[in-house]
Design a protein around this ligand. Structure first.
Ligand SMILES: Cc1ncc(COP(=O)(O)O)c(C=O)c1O
Length: 468
């Protein structure tokens, strides 16, 4: 037979790949025996593979190091993890084992920083980049960190008024960043990002409000984040050039300025066909910054990144069972899963995100085109196309009497999904948050699995709803 699912994959991609291979018709993910986990815990199942986080961090650091050497770049590189992509303690603490810094987005993030300090996971030297449109409780918490000796906390001004709040509440000299409002991609409904300060206002703002106060606060960082991510296209290079040019102009009147933060946006693998030359992109970023600085005869800046998806995205998978096949007309075959896409992978529904989807078993079955359906009542609770193709193909089911259902995995789902869906809490049609299993190393370096959270209970929802 040459129309099995295995054949389809081999005809379409290079396979096996770094983190996926098949043994006895069962998929292995980073060497994890998914079959054994399903047998032990059942589905639906969220799975975090912790070692991936360190692998990603160290890969990026190494690539920046290579690029710095290649271009004789004299700045330093700072890897920050942006907590908003996954705030869980086991994620942030795993990332912190690899000598990184943090980026925050809201007041409550600072409470996380306090807890990490109490637990001795960080010390007061860590760089904490504070982004976001800040209300008073956020500013107050940032000021408290600064006043208590966290000397590398860098509030990044989202607007001009923000500075006045620090002037009043910070009692020690501190560093500042400015977020430069990026031009949005032509396909976006707006011209300029609502986040940050217009580039043409920044020089004047510096002269009016920052220059002359160097013993109180110093402008150290320009920050940019492009919604569309770090991509090899004209839009990206043009925005990067703009911020480096602004850095050079400012550097001439603001000698303290020494860093550019290029934000997040490193892509991750959403299909087996994903091709992205990370090293090439880093080389180009480093050489672009160097070239522009050299032309303007200013020293190169330190480079900060705030990779969220890249750090944590590839460490997670969602695994579902196909609980029924429904044939609704001559063309549409539905595979019903034992959960909901809307509630467990909200980006599939909200922004049409594609994740890397693969069957866990039945690779030697013939395949067919299907649509995956969630069990909420919502017509939009479905998944019908993959990143590389506008369709979904999965193995055919064996019919009644087959003791193993088809299991389907959505991979690289570790960033933002729990945050957007709301972990716990009330869910559409009260479909519960699935159990969450972690695979990581124990104290002796042995790979073990444990339950982080059981499936959400009816009581927990009814309590929120006021029935208890
Ligand atoms: C300021 C800032 N930095 C970093 C990130 C992380 O982006 P990503 O997860 O694409 O790396 C975001 C995402 O929204 C952001 O707004």
């Amino acid at each position: 037979m040459n129309n099995t699912y295995t054949d389809l994959v081999h005809q379409t991609f290079h396979f096996p790949q770094e983190d996926f291979r098949v043994e006895d018709n069962w998929l292995q993910y980073n060497g994890v025996d998914v079959k054994a986990l399903i047998e032990k815990y059942g589905t639906p199942l969220k799975l975090t593979y912790l070692p991936k986080i360190g692998q990603q961090i160290n890969k990026a650091k190494k690539m920046f190091d290579t690029a710095f050497k290649k271009h004789h770049y004299e700045g330093e590189y700072f890897y920050c993890y942006c907590t908003k992509s996954s705030h869980f303690s086991f994620i942030v603490e795993e990332a912190l084992k690899h000598n990184i810094h943090l980026e925050t987005s809201y007041a409550y993030d600072i409470e996380i920083i306090n807890r990490l300090y109490e637990r001795r996971k960080i010390n007061k030297d860590i760089n904490i980049i504070c982004n976001g449109f800040k209300q008073r409780p956020y500013v107050q918490r940032i000021a408290k960190l600064l006043n208590s000796g966290f000397k590398n906390v860098i509030p990044v001004l989202d607007n001009k008024e923000e500075l006045d709040m620090y002037r009043r509440s910070v009692k020690v000299p501190f560093k500042l960043g400015i977020r430069v409002a990026a031009e949005e991609e032509p396909s976006f409904p707006f011209y300029t990002s609502r986040l940050g300060i217009r580039p043409r206002d920044i020089l004047e703002f510096y002269v009016d409000k920052i220059e002359g106060y160097e013993n109180k606060f110093q402008l150290k960082m320009l920050h940019i984040f492009l919604n569309k991510g770090i991509k090899d296209d004209i839009y990206y290079w043009s925005e990067l050039n703009k911020i480096v040019n602004l850095y050079c102009q400012l550097k001439k009147i603001c000698p303290e300025l020494d860093s550019i933060n290029i934000g997040g946006g490193f892509p991750i693998k959403h299909s087996l066909g994903f091709e992205y030359d990370y090293q090439f992109m880093i080389n180009e970023i480093v050489s672009t910054i160097k070239k522009v600085c050299k032309k303007s005869k200013v020293p190169v800046p330190n480079i900060y990144t705030e990779f969220g998806s890249y750090t944590v995205g590839e460490s997670m998978a969602h695994i579902y069972s196909v609980i029924a096949e429904k044939v609704q007309n001559d063309r549409e075959i539905w595979y019903m899963i034992d959960s909901s896409f809307i509630t467990t992978l909200p980006d599939t529904w909200g922004i049409g995100e594609k994740f890397l989807m693969l069957p866990i078993n039945k690779w030697d079955n013939e395949y067919q085109r299907v649509v995956l359906g969630g069990i909420t009542c919502d017509s939009h609770d479905y998944y019908d196309s993959e990143e590389h193709i506008n369709e979904v193909f999965l193995p055919k089911l064996n019919g009644n009497g087959d003791k193993d259902p088809l299991y389907v995995g959505f991979f690289h789902t570790g960033a933002y999904q729990d945050q957007i869906s709301g972990y716990g809490g009330i869910k559409h049609c009260l479909i519960p948050s699935p159990q969450h299993i972690i695979v990581g190393h124990d104290k002796n370096g042995k790979l073990v699995d444990w339950v982080y959270a059981k499936e959400q209970s009816a009581q927990s929802m009814l309590k929120i709803l006021g029935y208890y």
